[in-house]
Design a protein around this ligand. Structure first.
Ligand SMILES: [Zn+2]
Length: 365
C-alpha cells in the first residue's frame, strides 16, 4: 500500500532532510491547486447536470455554500476558474498536474487565451504573486505583457462621470484627434496629448510628448522634495540684463520653489509669478538668486509696500511685514501660540512654547 503523506506526523516530518521536506511542500502546494481546480470542475458539473436540484439548491454557488460550507466568494471563484480553464488546455494540464500555484492561476485565467497561455505560465514561474496580479490588472484579454510593461510601475485608473452632452463633446473631440493623428487614439492617449499641449503651449508630436513627460516627472519629483536640496538646481542664467526671465528660467524657478508662493504662511500654488527681489528698475538682475516665486496677491503687497523681500533666494530670502517684522519668525511664534492652545502644555504660565520662543528671540532683537 502506498503511503499517504497526509498521515505523516510533525515528529516524522522533522526527522526528514531538507530536500525531502522541500519536495513534500511542493507536492502539497501542487495538490492544493489540483483539488481547487477539481472542486471547481465538480461544481460546474453539478450546475450543468442539475444535480444541485436534488439538494434543493438554486445553482452551483448555492450548493457549495449550503452543502460544502464554502464562502460565497470562494464558490464563485472556483466556478469561474473552472469555466475559464475549460478553454485553456495548457493551463488546465498544469493545474491538474499541480505545477502552477493556485493564487497565480486564478489571476491569469482572466486574461489568458489558448494563444497566450504558455507565455502567462512562463511568467508565473518567474514572478511573484504580487507581480502577476499587477501584470494581469494592466493587461487586456488576450494580451501578453511585454518587457516594457513588466518594467513599468503600476498603471493608474482614472474615472470620471460625464453628462451626455459633455460626452458628445469628448467623443467628437476624440474623433477629430484620431483623424488628425491618422491613427486610432485611446481616450488615455488623447487626454495625455491635450494636457501635454497645454503644458508646452503648442501642438506636440511623439518626440515632444516624451520631453513633456520627462519634465512633468521632474516637476513631480521636485514638488515631492520641497525643503530638500533645491538650491538653484538647473536654473540657467540666460541674460541677467533682460527684464523678463526666459520661459525655461521661469519654469526652473517655479520648480526650485516647489510651485508654491515662497512667502511663509502663504499657501498659494496658483497665480504664481516670478518676482525680482531687487527690483529690475533698481538695477536687480534676472538671475536665480534675485528671482523668487510669489503669488499675485503677495506680489501686489510687495509693490504696495506691505511686504518686503530681502536677501538671496531661495535660502537666504527674508520676508518683512509692513511693521518691519520677520514674517517667518512671526509665523513660528504664531504656530507656538497655536500649539500652546491646541495641544496644551504641562508647565507653568512661563514655560509656554510661545514665551520660550519669544525669549529666545529677545536677546537677538
Ligand atoms: Zn503668496
Amino acid at each position: 500500500m502506498e503511503l499517504d503523506p497526509v498521515s505523516l506526523t510533525l515528529e516524522e516530518l522533522m526527522q526528514m532532510d531538507a530536500l525531502a521536506l522541500h519536495h513534500l511542500a511542493k507536492k502539497s502546494a501542487g495538490t492544493l491547486t489540483r483539488y481547487q481546480a477539481l472542486l471547481g470542475r465538480l461544481l460546474l458539473a453539478i450546475e450543468r447536470t442539475g444535480a444541485h436540484l436534488e439538494h434543493g439548491c438554486s445553482g452551483g454557488v448555492h450548493y457549495a455554500v449550503m452543502q460544502l460550507g464554502l464562502p460565497v466568494k470562494k464558490a464563485r471563484l472556483l466556478i469561474r476558474v473552472a469555466r475559464e480553464l475549460e478553454g485553456l488546455p495548457y493551463l488546465r494540464y498544469l493545474a491538474n498536474a499541480g505545477e502552477i500555484e493556485w493564487s497565480k492561476l486564478r489571476e491569469i485565467v482572466r486574461v489568458a487565451t489558448p494563444e497566450s497561455e504558455r507565455d502567462w505560465a512562463q511568467l508565473c514561474s518567474d514572478r511573484t504573486y504580487a507581480e502577476i496580479e499587477d501584470l494581469v490588472a494592466r493587461s487586456q484579454w488576450g494580451e501578453i505583457p511585454d518587457d516594457q510593461q513588466v518594467r513599468n510601475g503600476p498603471r493608474s485608473e482614472f474615472r470620471c462621470r460625464f453628462d451626455p452632452d459633455q460626452m458628445a463633446v469628448l467623443e467628437r473631440g476624440l474623433q477629430a484627434m484620431c483623424q488628425q493623428a491618422g491613427r486610432a487614439l485611446s481616450m488615455a492617449e488623447a487626454i495625455e496629448m491635450l494636457f501635454a499641449e497645454k503644458l508646452s503651449e503648442r501642438p506636440v508630436d511623439d518626440k515632444q510628448l516624451e520631453r513633456v513627460r520627462q519634465a512633468a516627472l521632474k516637476d513631480l519629483r521636485w514638488t515631492d522634495v520641497i525643503g530638500a536640496e533645491t538650491e538653484s538646481v538647473g536654473v540657467e542664467i540666460v541674460n541677467p540684463k533682460s527684464r523678463v526671465p526666459s520661459k525655461a528660467q521661469r519654469r526652473a524657478i517655479l520648480r526650485r520653489d516647489g510651485y508654491c508662493c515662497a512667502v511663509p504662511g502663504c499657501p498659494n500654488t496658483l497665480w504664481l509669478e516670478v518676482h525680482h527681489i531687487i527690483f529690475y528698475a533698481d538695477g536687480g538682475l534676472t538671475k536665480p538668486e534675485n528671482l523668487i516665486t510669489i503669488c499675485s496677491k503677495c506680489h501686489k503687497n510687495v509693490h504696495e509696500g506691505r511686504l518686503k523681500i530681502l536677501g538671496d533666494a531661495p535660502r537666504g530670502a527674508r520676508f518683512l511685514n509692513e511693521f518691519g517684522r520677520d514674517i517667518r519668525q512671526e509665523r513660528t511664534l504664531e504656530t507656538a501660540f497655536w500649539l500652546d492652545i491646541w495641544c496644551g502644555w504641562r508647565g507653568t504660565e512661563f514655560d509656554r512654547r510661545y514665551l520660550r520662543l519669544r525669549e529666545d528671540r529677545a536677546p537677538a532683537a
